[in-house]
Design a protein. Structure first.
Length: 435
């Protein structure tokens, strides 16, 4: 019973993050209630399958740590942009290719990670978070194109949800703080029910059981800008997951080998690939569950395995998934503002550790964020360029990411030896006694 209770805690800790991604993406690309219910269901199921892939260690995959995998928020902005520009089929084509890419490079990612130091990943995460904020603000008003956009009811629900989440985070600690977003969504939806703006039709129409269906949203298509975007997202997610792996390694006292990391990366690649087949999402290790383990001091793989099995089971019950689709858009917007703001904060935290180390890093961040936001706001800037070049310039996240990678090579990697010599000389000078 104790194990089951701990597993439910882990499920609740990651549940808001798991359902918000399909709700945001599904609403953003215009899915109807039936399609949205399927999207939430399959995402919950695949979160469980991805988690089991990591926990159950064997010769080929699975890092063997109590890792909980969920859909990465880093992918939300790119998926919305790809959906708007190329359609939903291109989203899943890009996810499929990025999953295969991760599987192929899993053994070599250790050598590639040097191209994604904190100055690069922090910049990418910051760009993605900033470009998502307008989506949250639009939803707070009721959603783009809504007839009651910006109405007092929508604003009351969105800001009420936001204030509720802030109060939970301010006056509670531990597990309650970990599920603040989930509690905010519940409170906002209850308030909306009192105001009579909740539509229960999707729940009534949803079945109690369904079977998953490959390529539910149609045959995937493959567009190079979309593929490059999702590969960059996958690389950033692998870097984030690596941090979680080592945190859990310290927590459990298990030393990680190169083979362990390879199996962990390969598991994520397999999960992403099957996410593309079954129309789910890219996956990454969830850090909130690491915090929960630190709080409870329970580090059992069995607990996480049961959490994964629970998620898979819930994924076969559309009725439960449909309950999440009744959350009003304005309530979602209030929670999204917090979640997307936290993405920006995460990027800033990554940058704060390195941006003051060398003046060059500030230039890398300035140019990369400027390029990323500039292309997002003025996408027609490079329309006269050849299509082969527009692969890198048609998407703000790709443009900003490539800028960060190239500038990091120019400023840091190409001058690393010279910088090391200079630092060593400066240190030796400081150590020379004054006569």
């Amino acid at each position: 019973m104790k194990t089951m209770t701990l597993s439910i805690q882990h499920l609740l800790a990651m549940y808001a993050g798991a359902i918000l991604v399909p709700l945001i993406v599904g609403n953003g690309i215009g899915l109807d209630s039936k399609q949205l219910t399927y999207l939430v269901s399959i995402d919950i199921l695949m979160c469980g399958a991805a988690t089991i892939l990591q926990v159950v260690r064997n010769r080929y995959f699975g890092i063997g740590l109590p890792v909980v995998l969920g859909c990465t928020f880093t992918a939300v902005g790119p998926m919305l942009q790809i959906g708007a520009q190329y359609g939903i089929s291109s989203i899943y084509g890009a996810i499929l290719v990025s999953g295969l890419f991760v599987v192929v490079i899993s053994r070599f990612f250790g050598s590639l990670v040097r191209f994604f130091p904190p100055i690069v990943t922090g910049t990418v995460v910051t760009i993605i978070g900033i470009t998502l904020i307008p989506v949250a603000m639009s939803n707070m008003g009721g959603g783009e194109g809504a007839s009651d956009f910006g109405s007092p009811t929508n604003l009351a629900l969105s800001f009420g949800t936001l204030v509720f989440i802030i109060l939970i985070y301010r006056y509670f600690v531990g597990f309650m703080r970990a599920i603040a977003i989930l509690l905010g969504l519940l409170a906002g939806t209850c308030a909306a029910m009192i105001l009579g703006v909740v539509d229960f039709a999707p729940v009534k129409e949803a079945s109690y059981l369904h079977m998953i269906q490959p390529f539910y949203f149609g045959t995937p298509t493959f567009d190079w800008p979309a593929i490059i975007t999702m590969i960059l997202v996958a690389m950033v997610s692998l870097v984030e997951s690596t941090g979680v792996y080592f945190a859990l390694s310290d927590l459990t006292g298990k030393k990680l080998t190169e083979d362990d990391l390879t199996r962990g990366y390969r598991s994520e690649g397999i999960a992403i690939f099957f996410g593309g087949i079954f129309n789910a999402f890219p996956y990454t290790a969830f850090s909130q569950n690491v915090g929960l383990m630190q709080m409870t001091r329970v580090k059992s793989r069995k607990v996480i395995l049961i959490t994964g099995i629970m998620l898979v089971t819930l994924g076969f019950v559309p009725k439960l998934a449909a309950l999440t689709t009744i959350i009003p858009t304005s309530v979602l917007g209030g929670a999204m503002l917090v979640m997307f703001g936290m993405v920006v904060v995460q990027g800033i935290k990554m940058l704060s550790k390195v941006i003051s180390d060398f003046p060059e890093n500030a230039m890398i961040v300035a140019c990369s964020i400027g390029m990323g936001l500039g292309v997002t706001v003025v996408p027609e800037l490079f329309e006269s360029f050849p299509s082969s070049v527009q692969i890198l310039t048609s998407n703000g996240i790709v443009a900003g990411s490539v800028t960060a990678i190239v500038l990091n090579i120019i400023f840091n990697m190409s001058t690393q030896k010279r910088r090391t010599i200079r630092e060593r000389a400066a240190t030796e000078t400081e150590q020379v006694p004054v006569k």
